[in-house]
Design a binder for this molecule. Structure first.
Ligand code: NAP
Length: 462
């Protein structure tokens, strides 16, 4: 038999999940010119690009331009996309092992973390991930309802997702109507009665998880003021010493102190960024959220020099008709793959899937948030996938590879043809893409998304 990775016997790689980590797996393989690889990329949605389509904020179109590079990979003759195919139900591990030498999982982190406080399950308390997926037109979330007749909204957490949510709530209809925000969200946000938005950080400005460009944008709303209580904007000496060489943290605290000193101009909405407060309880009335009880924290230094929030005796109630917890995403276990519940990731060693005892599982790999947890920006997935691909190539050299019963292109095609649901190929996704772009052009928007799977499939199939 010819060596694997040659024209006579190409390396057959299945990639499960078509977000950034999936596409960077392809581009990293392509750097290795001698290796002949055939890629089949699967996604449970009919549309590719994962969080670039369903997570990146609609008013951050520049961040979505990475799609162009992914599109280039997808047009290669050795690349196929199979959308609307779910791993675990439509295709199983047994199927994949039958047709591929290597399988790479880049399924992201679709769940969210809980706060673990009383009242969290009251009507009106949501995860930010639900809201983000809703305004981005993710088909699973398109029918969600958020009561935007409420005047007060609290967002818990000070990461970039919290900032995204705050922007969507504070921007005017005019600001949003030039984005690709889902139509249902554009309409609902147009009638929004939201007046006060609070973002709550449990530690100080020096420990905030947001990044400078994102915090800067909060000061640029057309019709919303931004403020920070002066006392909470101050950074203690120990924190200052720790971030001395951290350019991003310094920029962050400069924006925060500028917001604390700004005069509130009386715009229609007010965004208040709070620090050193932790939610204790969501308080409700008739099953609906009414306010959130928070406790003032002080910062205490850990032995490793980091800081943790420690509750004081001081508490207060912040009125809230709508609450979004934005305290991080969480992975979802996949059938037949070792999973670490604590970290919410596939068990792996630098991208090689491993058993609980550390033994590598032959032929299985992972990249992206399901490998390393929900951190970093889109580009972080490039180096993450690079590490995984290096392991994949290393294993080919060592002969540590799955030997599929039928590695032919036709074999995988038979598998696809046997699936009950309508499989969407890349050229068929391009039909959806073209149609969305045309609808957008007619309205002076980047695109107008389809949010219903049946409609997507009907457009895909022409
Ligand atoms: P994140 O950056 O990990 O932020 C989570 C926030 O939740 C932190 O402020 C954390 O505070 C807080 N938190 C955690 N548990 C809490 C609790 N029990 N009570 C109160 N606060 C709590 O997560 P994310 O915002 O979901 O973002 C995920 C990743 O996507 C990040 O890497 C982010 O940069 C990236 N992202 C980037 C962009 C962009 O580039 N524009 C946009 C969106 C997302 P502590 O620090 O105290 O734990």
């Amino acid at each position: 038999m010819d060596e694997i990775g040659t024209a006579q016997n190409p390396l057959r790689v299945a990639i499960i999940g078509s977000g950034p980590a999936g596409f960077y797996t392809v581009s990293n393989f392509l750097k290795n010119k001698e290796l002949v690889v055939e890629f089949d990329m699967y996604d449970r949605l009919p549309t590719p690009f994962g969080l670039v389509r369903a997570g990146v904020a609609p008013d951050h179109q520049k961040d979505k331009s990475v799609q162009k590079a992914y599109d280039k990979s997808a047009q290669l003759p050795n690349f196929r996309f199979f959308g609307n195919v779910e791993y675990g139900s439509d295709v199983t591990m047994k199927d994949l092992r039958k047709h591929y030498h290597q399988v790479m999982f880049s399924t992201g982190a679709p769940f969210d973390r809980n706060l673990g406080i009383p009242g969290e399950d009251l009507d009106g308390c949501f995860s930010a991930t639900e809201f983000v997926a809703w305004y981005n037109g993710h088909p699973d979330f398109a029918d969600r309802k958020f009561d935007l007749s409420q005047e007060n909204v609290v967002i818990i957490g000070v990461g970039n997702v919290a900032i995204d949510v705050a922007r969507m709530l504070c921007k005017t209809h005019d600001e949003l109507s030039v984005t690709d925000v889902a139509d249902h969200a554009l309409l609902a946000l147009k009638d929004s009665k939201v007046k006060n938005v609070y973002i709550l950080g449990r530690r100080g400005p020096a420990q905030a998880a947001f990044t400078p460009p994102e915090i800067k944008e909060l000061g640029e709303f057309e019709d919303a003021d931004v403020t920070v209580p002066l006392e909470e904007s101050k950074v203690d000496a120990a924190s200052l010493a720790l971030i001395e060489n951290d350019k991003n943290a310094i920029k962050n605290i400069n924006f925060i102190s500028e917001y604390a000193e700004r005069t509130i101009q009386g715009k229609s909405r007010l965004l208040t960024i709070r620090f050193l407060v932790s939610p204790l309880e969501v308080i409700g009335e008739d099953g609906k959220v009414k306010s959130v009880k928070v406790v003032k924290n002080k910062l205490v230094e850990n032995q490793d020099g980091t800081f943790r929030p420690v509750a004081t005796e001081e508490t207060e109630n912040i009125p809230a008709g709508l609450i979004f917890r934005s305290v991080g995403y969480k992975g979802k276990p996949l059938p037949d793959i070792p999973y670490n519940e604590n970290s919410g990731t596939i068990m792996n060693d630098s991208g090689r899937v491993i058993e609980a005892d550390g033994t590598p599982v032959c032929g299985l790999y992972t990249a992206g948030w399901i490998k390393r947890g929900p951190s970093g920006v889109i580009g972080t997935n490039k180096t993450c996938a690079q590490e995984t691909v290096a392991r994949m190539i290393e294993d080919i050299g060592k002969g540590k590879i799955n030997i599929p019963e039928d590695p032919s292109i036709g074999g995988a095609e038979d598998l696809i043809n046997g699936i009950d649901s309508a499989v969407v190929t890349y050229p068929e996704w391009q039909n959806i893409d073209r149609s969305e772009l045309q609808r957008g052009e007619a309205q002076g928007r980047p695109r107008v998304k389809y949010t219903d799977i049946d409609e997507m499939i009907s457009i895909a199939k022409g």
